[in-house]
Design a protein around this ligand. Sequence first.
Ligand SMILES: [Cu+2]
Length: 134
Amino acid sequence: MLFMTTRLATPFATLLIAVGLTGLAACGGGATTGGTVPADADVVVKAIDGVAWDQKSYEATATDGKVTIYVENDSSIAHNMYVLDANDKVQGTYVELSTKGSHDTRVLPLAPGTYQIVCKVPGHNNMNASLTVK
Ligand SMILES: [Cu+2]
């Protein structure tokens, strides 16, 4: 009897996962509410009130040489996010975080080392955090 219950539960769990993924896909970014952090995110970065990132330093462990960065705007003003290497070279493409709840994910090929996460909106110099990639 226990065996049968297990067999029945598995398709049900699969259905739940499918429904969950559909819900995630419907979230196209730029919504007015916060997003769902992807399960494979290596680092989560949030812009918060006070013209700041939620941390001064972040750490991420690369997977196959790539770092998955999820970024979200939890503040009431517009921001953007750039990842810079030690020579201030922009890594990949930036993320526009125009409204509260704006969010996006970048998968960047980053070698181990120290990077900067910055916002280039004028006057937002305080939004300068370090990202250590291992
Ligand atoms: Cu900003």
